[in-house]
Design a protein around this ligand. Sequence first.
Ligand code: NAG
Ligand code: NAG
Length: 245
Amino acid sequence: MAANKTIIAFDLYGTLLSTGSIAKQLEGLVGSEQKASQIATAWRKYQLEYTWRLNSMGQFDTFFNVTRNSLSHALAESNAELRNEDIDVLMKAYDSLSTFPDVIPALTSLAANPDITAVVFSNGTQSMVSNSVFHSKDLSPHAGVFHDMVTVDSVKKYKPAPEVYFHLAEKMGKQQSQMGDMWLVSGNPFDIVGARSVGMKAAWVDRAGHGWQDAVMPELQPTVIGAGLDEITLPQAVSHAMELN
Ligand SMILES: *[C@@H]1O[C@H](CO)[C@@H](O)[C@H](O)[C@H]1NC(C)=O
Ligand SMILES: CC(=O)N[C@H]1CO[C@H](CO)[C@@H](O)[C@@H]1O
């Protein structure tokens, strides 16, 4: 990896790909919009909670399993039942997610920038992540922008465990003393704080426009904040932020 290149690692779900279509499909299965939205919110909450609990317990299960198991928890809590076939359909929906509207212009400008090495960096399993990238109608034509897809499978820990970000560094040919040469781009505040905590730069995509609220370690803040990916990955924005830091 050329030493002078800026490495930008993109989180996948919730950053490049929107999982909004899954809630829509859920609505078709459980019948009511309100119930679907309640289940989708609980599903996402347990999906995150399970990964953090597994980290705390020193246990690991694949992100595919975590996603499936957290769905059963969310369904049970709402007194909803789905047939196994329907659950398979929802899991399959991860293979046809749409990008957020700001993603493609940003990736197009990145593709034209030889000073940047872009990678996907996700806690999904290798097969889940490559299916999501290569089967997404929006994202697959741009898959060539990404030099690599780094996943946590081999680390057997989830973000924001420091090992996960060090694994990224290793894959990118960086030492732990060079974490500041790498950028994380994510829409997930816990991921941003995890990256800052090990010395990476981090760009937070604040699509909802709510502003930074996370205070787990108040001194750890995003390096830059953008309302969309296009604002963040413009070469000027990155180089400007690099000068500031
Ligand atoms: C995932 O779940 C399946 C089915 O319950 C199980 O057989 C498998 O061992 C799980 N994978 C891991 C890594 O625990
Ligand atoms: C806990 C955790 O890290 N969750 C993330 C796992 O990765 C997916 C895909 O990048 C994100 O959507 C989750 O937020």
